[in-house]
Design a protein around this ligand. Sequence first.
Ligand code: HEM
Length: 324
Amino acid sequence: MHLLAGIGVALGGLLSGVLVVSANAWMNSPAGFLLRDGIATAVDPLAAMANPAWATEAVHMSLAAYAASGFAVAGIHAYKLLRDRENLFHRHALAIALTVGGTAAVLLPVSGDFNARFVAKDQPVKLAAMEGQFRTERGAPLRIGGIPDAAKGTTRFAIEIPRGLSLLAFHDPDAEVKGLEAFPREEWPNPLLVHAAFQVMVACGSAMAAVALFAALLAWKSSENLVRPPFLLAVLCCSPLGIVAVEAGWTVTELGRQPWVIRGVMRTAEAVTPVGGLALPFAFFSALYLALGISAAWLLRREVSKSPSFPAPADGTPVPETEE
Ligand code: HEM
């Protein structure tokens, strides 16, 4: 029953995320209606849901959620194993968390590549901000790091890989990449923040994918390698990276769409509600979510710390289950 309930929760969570992302994808690539004199007509809800950005965003977000949760959980068990290497519960839990989080982490750069190529075609101004690309040019370089300076129209201190951006975004090293200067100044997102967030996401993703591949190599040689302190320390250090990358990813998507809340249809400034008296509901919901967050953390902590600490028998005999 416990396992079945777990499967139900996992599927429900996945479906909920995929459907929520459909709404966000629609804000990036609005579809399923015609706008006549500022009024939406010929509304087709299914076409709106199945908008062009949905598939790439939903796959990327679902993988991101598994990678972030898997690494966060792996970090907890790595920490416990650093103190008690023989603990069977934490060994099994680490292996499960790394399998889920690691598989997702290795797939994320692949899915991110699909996202980036979609953004290059569908939202070129967002791509230009993500990459700190000010000039429209053929054979555009890929910039690692660097500080976009909107006033001077250049990205300083970046390591540039010649033709890398044209190659990645269009699979052609000589393809033309539109720069921010191709768009009206008032339609630029903030290149400094969007570029920085994109770099953080990709850096976290690269570190997580590297640890996941290394874990697979270690486990292939001997599962004992997974509980060696240097590897456990690496897992512990990577444990918050997925959550950082998720926040950075949403920063890219949301700030990269500015000044629009629904791209090309409604500006964020127009969407700000003029309704007053929101301080009370805001304070109430903040307190509610804080209380829910604290109780979830407390319950999870209790579950983990009441885990059995018996050692794994050397002859592989299954360990009897205990109440604790
Ligand atoms: C490693 C290479 C990665 C690449 C090339 C990449 C690429 C992208 C791109 C281009 C977007 C913008 C999509 C849009 O606005 O339509 C995006 C968004 C996002 N990324 Fe990444 N990403 C990578 C890694 C990660 C990792 C490791 C995580 C989290 C664990 C992550 C989480 C997100 C999230 C939550 C979003 C916003 C939601 C979405 O668009 O699905 N990304 N990513």
